[in-house]
Design a protein. Structure first.
Length: 359
């Protein structure tokens, strides 16, 4: 029996309770979790913005140590440090065949399986495949990536989502070039990783936007050269900070219609707007037909940073070893399992950055 954070139903409070895990079967790995990040996607699962099977053990950003492996697992062994990959690619679907592994059609198929059993006998699913809000988890072998050398195991949890997403948004989706100006909306875990990645890319001006004045120090430490407290005048302020043109690139890490619209308005003519945040299906963003022609901007979505974790983790590890990427700077508080509901409340209120559950 291990302790875990269970979502009993959409919209219900999380329950911290004991669960019974099976031994790993063929092609499975049991992992003792060292740490798990509390991401906005976990909140989106709990409130129904993202629809996956429940009841479920939440948590998708994690790292830990292999306890045991099932038959045919050869790429990791007991005692190995690993990063959990919540969106494994099947290697067979259309998107995988053309190299777009972040859009794999089969990536979330594992969420339908029975992951564990609650104390009362209820069958539980693995939220976003990996169920990292637990002392231990059992996952498919392709959800486990060997931890690169020189990366601290606890902070490595952030490689499972925030760091990969922020780095990929800059380098793969927006494709920021040296000397370009970048504005980042939302200074949470992903936003902070995006700011650091814009600095790594050599952006000239890096503008952070958030509703909270208290996040300015976090943003500047991550690489922001300017900080704007969100208001109705945000787009005008950004144009003033970019010689009246608007930013070359805007990266939206919030997922709200008004923030997406402002990110678009903050981008120069011919610029690029990348949306990382996850909004609801009933939320609408509107544009008129003339402005799409006139501004010549590009608006694109971004899933998991358009990243291939097997390819990108070694790159991120090299940035970490060289001191260019600081995972600990993404963390605003370290908590236990019991602190997750409060971390959800803080996200809703726009407070703090990444809460890290440390076991």
């Amino acid at each position: 029996m291990v302790r875990a954070a269970v979502l009993p139903a959409i919209g219900s409070p999380l329950e911290i309770t004991g669960i019974e895990l099976p031994e790993p079967g063929p092609g499975q790995v049991r992992v003792r979790i060292a740490a798990a990040g509390v991401c906005h996607s976990d909140l989106s699962l709990s409130n129904g913005t993202m629809r996956l099977p429940v009841p479920a053990v939440l948590g998708h950003e994690g790292a830990g140590t292999v306890v045991s492996v099932g038959e045919s697992v050869t790429h990791v062994a007991p005692g190995d440090g690993v990063v959990l990959n919540w969106a494994p690619s099947c290697g067979k679907c259309h998107h995988c065949s053309i190299g777009e592994v972040w859009l794999c059609s089969d990536a979330l198929s594992g969420t339908g399986r029975v992951h564990a059993v609650a104390e009362d006998g209820t069958e539980l699913h693995p939220g976003l495949n990996v169920a990292a809000f637990a002392e231990e988890t059992v996952v498919a072998a392709n959800c486990v990536l060997p931890l690169p050398g020189g990366v601290p195991l606890t902070e490595a949890a952030l490689l499972g989502c925030a760091a990969l997403t922020g780095y990929g948004a800059v380098h793969h989706s927006a494709r920021v070039r040296e000397g370009e100006s970048v504005v980042v909306f939302g200074v949470g875990g992903v936003g902070l990783a995006t700011l650091q990645s814009a600095r790594i890319a050599g952006a000239s001006a890096i503008i952070a936007v958030d509703v909270s004045p208290a996040k300015e120090e976090l943003a500047r430490r991550a690489g922001a050269t300017e900080y704007v407290v969100a208001s109705d005048a945000t787009a005008r302020e950004i144009r003033k900070l970019t010689a009246g043109q608007g930013a070359d690139v805007a990266i939206e890490c919030v997922g709200r219609p008004e923030t997406i619209r402002t990110a678009w308005d903050s981008t120069r003519r011919g610029g690029r707007t990348t949306v990382v945040g996850i909004g609801g299906r009933d939320q609408q963003v509107t544009f008129n037909a003339l402005e799409i022609f006139h501004w010549g901007r590009t608006l694109s979505g971004c899933v998991y940073g358009n990243s291939d974790p097997a390819r990108d983790l070694p790159v991120l590890a090299e940035h970490i070893r060289a001191g260019r990427l600081d995972l600990s700077a993404l963390v605003s508080e370290r908590i236990g399992l019991d602190g997750i509901p409060a971390a959800f409340d803080n996200m809703i209120a726009g407070q703090g950055a990444r809460a890290l559950v440390v076991f």
